[in-house]
Design a protein around this ligand. Structure first.
Ligand code: SF4
Length: 300
């Protein structure tokens, strides 16, 4: 039973409480706004580009930012990246387009094919022919980050909003620990070197569990594509997700604790690993920590 006396529709294990639909939505919105405010993610008049895939996280993010605009005036534009994954991306692009139309938000679509002449399917096929065996998600992640930053910069955005939720953040943190990449942990939240060619990223859902994003989307009647990327099964992230979900099940609140631990050590990590300077990729001219950026290394 919810504290208001209505029947609870959600049980939050980590807080040991039941909430009715109305109080769940209120709690969700309040946490969203608090995350934006406490992390100084937005300012009045900002032009914010939202990375919109059509999945639940980015669609809820777009919706919540559109709601926030009623109290804090800023501009919103959506960027959708078409990686070129047959049978998948075209299906998620339909709800993405519908949601933009419903909210009256301009949407721009960019594709890997336009960007580098190859779709993700082409790159995966080439990898399997040459036997190089890089996981599709590793390539996809590098290309998508590059494409989103370039598109946001071209659209003169002040901020790039990404739909990463609490689960994504906790998984990324654990993956980087398992891969012994502390410098990646240090720059998880923002680039270590300030550069006008990097559009600052914000993650207003970073304190919201994935399950709650799905419940919120359902309660708000937000239309979503229920389709999974065919390459998701190859991802290292899948193993970490399973492990983290099992731990959360036994020890509720684990995901919040992982995230809060990261926030606690973030400053010290940035201090230790933030001394590097940024150079320019000798091939494409984009910022890079090495001579050739990871994007060019993949497509070449
Ligand atoms: Fe890209 Fe992997 Fe996500 Fe598919 S599951 S869209 S390949 S990152």
């Amino acid at each position: 039973m919810c504290h208001c006396g209505k029947e609870g529709i959600v049980f939050l294990h980590y807080a040991e409480k039941h909430l009715c639909a109305e109080h769940f939505i209120r709690m969700f919105d309040r946490r969203f706004r608090k995350t934006v405010r406490m992390n100084k993610m937005l300012s009045k008049g900002d032009r914010v580009a939202v990375g919109l895939s059509g999945g639940k996280d980015s669609t809820v993010l777009l919706h919540s930012l559109a709601e926030l605009r009623k109290d804090l005036p800023f501009e919103l534009i959506a960027i959708t990246i078409d990686e070129g994954i047959a049978g998948y991306r075209a299906r998620t692009m339909v709800p993405a387009k519908n949601e933009c139309e419903r909210l009256g938000i301009e949407q721009k679509v960019f594709s890997f094919k336009e960007l580098c002449g190859k779709s993700l399917d082409d790159l995966v096929k080439k990898e399997s022919e040459t036997g190089e065996g890089t996981l599709p998600c590793s390539q996809c992640g590098v290309l998508r980050r590059y494409a989103l930053n370039k598109a946001a910069r071209e659209l003169k955005a002040d901020k790039l909003a990404i739909g990463h939720n609490l689960d994504d953040m906790a998984q990324t943190l654990l993956m980087n620990i398992m891969r012994a990449e502390p410098s990646r942990i240090a720059r998880m939240n923002e680039p270590m070197v300030k550069d006008s060619r990097f559009v600052p990223r914000i993650r207003p859902l970073m304190m919201t569990p994935e399950k709650e994003v799905a419940i919120y989307a359902m309660l708000k009647g937000i239309s979503l594509a229920h389709v999974e990327c065919p390459y998701a099964k190859f991802a290292f992230r899948g193993h970490v997700r399973k492990m983290l979900n099992e731990t959360e099940e036994r020890y509720p609140g684990t995901k919040f604790k992982v995230m809060n631990s990261f926030l606690d050590i973030e400053a010290a990590l940035r201090e230790k690993h933030g001394k590097g300077s940024l150079s320019i990729c000798s091939s494409c001219g984009e910022p890079s920590s090495k001579g050739i950026c990871r994007f060019c290394a993949i497509i070449k």
